[in-house]
Design a protein around this ligand. Structure first.
Ligand code: HEM
Length: 361
């Protein structure tokens, strides 16, 4: 029988360790208890909605209405994704933007373009073009330099491309898609969107250059009010004297080229370069303003293009050859013609051999 004292199984260290263990576990359980008390799952309201959600999954599987109404509220949620507005899954104003764009702005803009186009066609059918009263002299005056014509036509054709691609982006789905089908329509829209995005900055450069090029001759003069009063003689067919550009052209210059030009350019850049941390709200407002002002710009351009092609005999020739007959200058831009004849102002410098006079019309 050994004399060694049987070793007590509970040495001080062991007791301490077990005691510490017990304390630690009870502390853990207590804190878990406390945490459980404070966790949302146990707040009454949350518990109720969690239960309702569970019941709903049984009665209406996948119906997460509470989740979606919270998401649709637009209230910021929690997300790991960094960046502006990343914690807003659905922005409610987006619905308003879509409704305004699809059922108001684009519809009114579309009909306004159709109505103005038809009104111009009806006016042409009723009154015909503005013709000269006197015969041509055969003597020509240089009206535009090569640079003025080049910047004009670069701006003109970029504008026309922007207008057509913009119309396809806005109305294509409702008008073209039913006519040409999905394949062709998707190609056309992708092409239009890219053309619009890439030609946009070029158009802005053109606007700046055409503004600088023509601003000097677009200063408003007293006699321009007289032109406005007589609507430029469009109805009476009696010519109203004007300077190098008449009040209608000056209105197109300041209202179209400058004001509408600035607004479509700024909003266009906001839309074209969405990488400056713009909010969805900013993009929506820029889109609505861009669409509305671009529509007004196109409406005004219809008038300018009509006068620059069918509406006034000899006008197109002025901007395509740079030369006008003296009779044309006298009847349509009398004060400009007088100043040239008096030697007060020079004609546009002859940077190309004179073009033979126009055939009588
Ligand atoms: C295809 C479309 C266009 C045609 C056929 C056209 C035609 C003309 C014609 C014939 C003139 C000369 C008028 C005159 O001698 O008094 C003219 C002048 C002018 N056009 Fe155009 N144009 C077009 C598009 C544009 C566009 C898109 C812009 C600018 C956004 C523009 C800006 C101007 C300016 C600034 C003048 C000088 C008159 C002024 O400053 O008021 N044109 N255009």
């Amino acid at each position: 029988m050994s004399s060694r004292k049987p070793r007590s199984r509970w040495s001080l260290a062991k007791v301490t360790f077990v005691a510490l263990d017990v304390v630690m576990w009870s502390l853990l359980f207590v804190s878990l208890g406390v945490a459980a008390q404070n966790s949302p799952a146990t707040s009454q309201a949350d518990a109720n909605s969690a239960r309702q959600q569970q019941e709903r999954q049984i009665t209406q599987p996948l119906n997460n209405q509470p989740v979606w109404s919270e998401v649709r509220s637009g209230a910021p949620q929690t997300t790991q994704v960094r960046g502006r507005e990343t914690n807003v899954l659905i922005q409610p104003e987006g619905q308003t933007w879509r409704a305004m764009r699809n059922s108001m702005v684009s519809v009114y803009a579309g009909w306004a373009l159709v109505i103005v186009f038809l009104a111009i066609a009806a006016f042409y059918a009723w009154k015909g073009p503005m013709r000269l009263h006197e015969p041509l002299t055969g003597r020509t005056i240089r009206r535009f330099t090569n640079w003025q014509m080049a910047i004009h036509w670069t701006t003109a054709w970029t504008f026309v491309a922007m207008a057509i691609t913009g119309l396809i982006i806005t109305f294509g789905k409702n008008i073209l898609l039913p006519l040409i089908g999905y394949t062709l329509f998707s190609w056309l829209t992708i092409l239009s969107k890219n053309l619009h995005n890439f030609l946009g900055p070029l158009f802005i450069v053109c606007l700046v250059l055409i503004f600088v090029t023509f601003v000097r001759d677009n200063i408003w003069r007293k006699y321009d009010w007289n032109w406005v009063r007589h609507a430029g003689g469009l109805i009476s067919k009696q010519d109203v004297p004007s300077g190098k550009f008449n009040a209608g052209e000056k209105g197109w210059f300041w209202g179209g080229v400058l004001v509408a030009g600035i607004i479509v350019s700024v909003t266009g850049l906001i839309l074209d370069f969405p990488n400056f941390n713009q909010t969805r709200g900013t993009m929506q407002i820029a889109n609505l303003v861009h669409l509305s002002i671009a529509a007004l710009f196109m409406l005004a351009a219809l008038g300018h293009i009509y006068m620059g092609t069918l509406g006034q005999i000899g006008a197109y020739r002025a901007m395509s050859t740079g030369y006008v007959d003296e009779t044309w200058a006298k009847e349509h831009h009398l004060y400009w013609y007088n100043d040239i004849k008096a030697g007060k102002i020079p004609t546009a410098p002859d940077d190309q051999p004179p073009v033979p006079a126009a055939r009588p019309v």
